[in-house]
Design a protein around this ligand. Sequence first.
Ligand code: SF4
Length: 256
Amino acid sequence: MGGSPEHRGELLKLKGLGQYTAAAIASFAFGEAVPAIDGNVYRVMARIFGIRSDMLSNEGKKEFAALAKLLVSREDPATYNQAMIEFGALQCVPASPNCVVCIFDDRCFAYRHQMQGQLPVKIKKLTIKHRFFNYFIIRQCDKLALYERRGRDIWKGLYDFHLVESKAPAITPDSLTIADPVFQKLVSKGRLTEIPKVYSHILTHQRLQVRFWWLEIPETERIDLPHGMAFYSHEEVEVLPKPILIDTVLREENYL
Ligand code: SF4
């Protein structure tokens, strides 16, 4: 292997090679005494030694790494790593491991405390999605155009206004309507007024930043609404099921 990196440290400098792969290559190919820790090995260590730290946190990873370093065989790290991985994959499986026929049955913390289902501890971080909503409240003769939200998105079955979602806070309404000729035509027939307040709305997995524009269409104009929308009278708007945010804006704008 002339010129090839022969140590885990060297391997780690190679682009795209993670800790686990570098350790596995170092031990399997070069006999280096470094532990290869994959999900199986985390599970085996957590259960046998009763490690209750979150295996996804930095502190938890350090604790597992320190123990793994102590455990790894100096004589035959390749066989040791292979054995740990396979033991986790075949015997100490994630759901319902067969502890009665396990070689560690007399010393395994999880088995003794019946905590196989709780170990290892993995606390998934909540991923929060940031979204930018831009609503156009189309009004003609005191009627508002709304549509019922369908599909797999938030607020299914509730009514809201013409919505253009953007990847970043919108700078001008022009930038929002340019991709939609039908709506652009509608805008050209009316008068746009921005509601100065920018609303923040927090959902479990999402943070919405929401802006609103009134689009007043003169009574005399004949218009085509975007597909799926219809005009509703004041009384109808009042009783239609709406997201709280839509209700709030209509009250703050003194429509409701
Ligand atoms: S006794 Fe059960 S939980 Fe403990 S190492 Fe064996 S299979 Fe895993």
